[in-house]
Design a protein around this ligand. Sequence first.
Ligand code: ATP
Length: 218
Amino acid sequence: MLAVEGLKAWYGQAQALFDVSLTVGEGELVVIQGLNGAGKSTLLQSLIGIGPRAQGRIIWQNEPIQAWPAHRRAKAGLGFVAEDRRLFTALSVKENLWIAAPSVASPSAESTPAQRFDRVMALFPQLQTMLHRPASQMSGGEQQMLALARTLMTRPRLLLLDEPCEGIAPVLVAAMRDALLQLAREGVAMLVAEQNKILAQHAQRVLVLTSGRMDSAA
Ligand code: ATP
């Protein structure tokens, strides 16, 4: 469903990605590993269309999308959760979720916003108990769950996740991992950047980025 061919990216004169190619098939869980600064975030940001200057081909559902702005990629089914979560911290959990729901229910959609809300509540029961709490008063792990839940409200077909289990309490790491594996079982494809190898052991493929180059596939 996603194919990346010869992707290069630059911050000013500094090249961060060198001819990166990869694919993610329907329902696949693909993990990208790499040290700090290897280019994992740059790669995910380039795919969703918020990265630095880039060249190369990004094919989504057989269409080249590298010239599309980020909102069009999101509308086409790419969902991104950034490492820094990017929540509306003054808004409540419930408001953060509803703000992400498409305002017009499309007749072709497989679920309504209300059904998706119920589904994310079932996936993250922890959030149910804090629906009216401002996001600023949540722990890092709870915020990470909310960021993923908010992206799920947009009905993504492929989730691009930047370090979803990084820097959060162990009990919430387990809850996050279980939620992601549940989504994978339901057929949501995922491309996950992670250093801590929480999801790698469950992945169909593990790719390694080293200094902006894709090393090997396992
Ligand atoms: P981390 O796990 O630390 O987030 P990463 O694998 O996600 O690392 P990137 O953040 O994509 O790596 O960084 C890739 C390279 O691009 C690094 O050399 C980094 O210093 C550089 N870089 C990242 N963001 C910027 C920026 N905004 N301006 C200039 N250079 C940047």
